[in-house]
Structure formats: structure tokens, C-alpha cells
Write a protein that binds this ligand. Structure first.
Ligand SMILES: C[S@@+](CC[C@H](N)C(=O)[O-])C[C@H]1O[C@@H](n2cnc3c(N)ncnc32)[C@H](O)[C@@H]1O
Length: 293
């Protein structure tokens, strides 16, 4: 019995098609140039996703449609299908039933080198990065969390390999929910989430600049601190933080494309300075085609 994993909508389709196109480019362009090509999916899901189409009653001009359930490929299955194939595939998933589904998926490909890790993505990635010698390995990492699960310390380790290209579905809505308008509303829980996501508490000064006004009797008075950046400013802030550790970060794709405010930003980050030209040309091309669609 397949495990149901219902998530996303049209933007999920777009996101997965962008990643798939890049994976195909990656294994085609780099095959034979490096010892091994890896794919790492740190929030891997089950390998498939369930799309429910609601019952559509018959109208004057069409016969309508009964309710139906469709199963489409998720990122894990897409990566297995990519041709030329990856030499090694790593799936990380912390939900037990999803982990079991990934084990089942892996069992269907006995001749492929696939590892499924049941752990928190941060723990698994840090250990994977530390235990491999990245001199002759190149990898694509897909980070597709539901929310703000990814820690800055993990991204730092990934970027330091100078061997991993990263597609990161950045949870912008998570960010604007935690970084409330008034600094006074950022409680301890939100504060910890922001610091974990950005790696230090510098966000407080950067997103909530101090302003003062002059009072006739009391002199300079500090105003209550407010976030000045809007959603676009928050995305720009996230990009500038990523640029401090990656060799290059492309302009992200807002997702869903026609929804304002956007909920996510699909970032592409390149860790190897020598790969910037080719990787960014290709990824930009794929992203632009995505924006136009
Ligand atoms: C949006 S889904 C990923 C979908 C997947 N990319 C696909 O296309 O099928 C996010 C997944 O991350 C898993 N997850 C959430 N928090 C996690 C964590 N801290 N470590 C590992 N996996 C996590 C969830 O169980 C869920 O399966």
C-alpha cells in the first residue's frame, strides 16, 4: 500500500521540473570529468506525491469529471530516473512512514547505489559532508523543507565543500511570520528560529534598524523598532546572507509565481567558484523559462 504524501500545487510541478532539468544538465555535462556524481535530497518525502482532483459536476458544455487521485513522481523518484544516471544517491527523511516508502523505492533498484537515511536533515548533511572527500566528487543538493527546518551551520558546511550545487526552496513565508513588523513581537521562539536560520543574531540590527527622534524636552528618544524590509526586502536579505558563504547565488524564482506575497523563493547556490559561469548560465536559462511559463 503506497504511502500518501499530498503537498504543493502547480508551483510544486514547476519547482520539480526546474530541478529535473538541472539534474539532466549536470550528469550530462559532468559525466567523465569527476570521479563521482551525487544527488542528495535532504527533505526527500516518499518518492511520489498524491494529487487529488475534486469532483467537477457536469455543465451545459462538458460532462464534468468524477473525483480522482493521481500519483506523480516526487523529487526522489525524479533523481533516480535522470539519465545519464547519478553514481550515488542519498535520501534523507525523518518521518518514519516516509522513510519506509523510500526504502521500498530503493529496493526496486537493486543495481543502483542508493542510501536512505532516517534522521534530521541537518544532522545527516553535516555528517555526510564531513565524511566524504570532495576533491573528485560533485553533487547536487535539493533542499525542499516545509518550513524553517534548515540551519545556517548546515549550509555553511555544504558551501565549504566547494563541490555542491544547491537548489534551496527558501521558506519566505516562514521568515515573514517569524520576523514580525514590530521587534517587540519577536518572542524567544521566533528569535531562536531566526538565529538558527541566519547563523547569528545580526538580523536584529539589520532587519530592525534603530531610529531616534528628537524630543523638545527629553532630547533624543529611540523609536520602537520595526522591520523596514517588505517581502522583497526579506528575500534580498536572505540572498545577501547566502552570498556570504556561497561563491554565487542566482536571482531566485518566486513561488507560487502568481501569488502575492510569494510563499517561497527558489534559490540556486553555487559553492565552487570555478563552476560559476557554466552552472549559472544553465540555471539562469532554466529559471527564466520557469518564470515565463
Ligand atoms: C515538501 S516535502 C519534500 C517533498 C519532496 N522534495 C518531493 O518532491 O517529493 C518535505 C519533507 O521533509 C521532511 N522533513 C521535515 N523536516 C525534516 C527534517 N528536519 N529532517 C528531515 N526531513 C524532514 C518531511 O517529512 C517531508 O517529507
Amino acid at each position: 500500500m503506497p504511502v500518501d504524501h499530498e503537498f504543493g500545487d502547480q508551483h510544486t510541478e514547476l519547482k520539480l521540473s526546474i530541478v529535473e532539468k538541472y539534474l539532466r544538465f549536470f550528469t550530462t555535462a559532468l559525466r567523465g570529468k569527476f570521479g563521482e556524481l551525487w544527488y542528495i535530497d535532504a527533505f526527500a518525502g516518499t518518492g511520489s506525491r498524491t494529487v487529488r482532483h475534486e469532483h467537477r459536476p457536469a455543465g451545459l458544455l462538458d460532462a464534468g469529471e468524477p473525483e480522482r487521485v493521481e500519483r506523480r513522481r516526487g523529487s526522489a523518484r525524479i533523481a533516480i530516473d535522470v539519465k545519464p544516471s547519478f553514481d550515488f544517491i542519498v535520501f534523507v527523511e525523518n518521518k518514519p512512514s516516509y522513510f519506509a516508502a523510500l526504502e521500498e523505492l530503493k529496493a526496486k533498484y537493486p543495481n543502483r547505489r542508493i542510501v536512505v537515511i532516517k534522521n534530521d536533515a541537518n544532522e545527516a548533511l553535516k555528517s555526510l559532508v564531513a565524511t566524504n572527500n570532495w576533491r573528485s566528487t560533485r553533487a547536487v543538493l535539493f533542499l525542499d523543507p516545509y518550513g524553517m527546518q534548515l540551519e545556517w551551520a548546515t549550509l555553511e558546511k555544504v558551501a565549504a565543500t566547494k563541490a555542491i550545487d544547491v537548489w534551496f526552496l527558501f521558506p519566505l513565508s516562514g521568515l515573514y511570520r517569524q520576523a514580525t513588523r514590530d521587534l517587540a513581537d519577536v518572542d524567544e521562539h521566533k528569535r531562536a528560529a531566526l538565529t538558527r536560520m541566519f547563523g547569528s543574531d545580526a538580523w536584529e540590527e539589520e532587519l530592525y534598524p534603530k531610529t531616534v527622534r528628537e524630543d523638545l524636552f527629553d532630547g533624543l528618544i529611540e523609536e520602537p523598532r520595526q522591520r523596514t524590509a517588505n517581502v522583497a526586502g526579506l528575500e534580498a536579505y536572505a540572498k545577501s546572507r547566502l552570498e556570504t558563504i556561497f561563491a554565487a547565488v542566482l536571482k531566485p524564482l518566486p513561488l507560487p509565481p502568481n501569488e502575492r506575497p510569494q510563499r517561497f523563493s527558489l534559490f540556486f547556490c553555487i559553492s565552487n567558484p570555478r563552476a560559476i559561469r557554466l552552472a549559472s548560465d544553465v540555471a539562469n536559462h532554466i529559471l527564466k523559462a520557469g518564470m515565463a511559463s
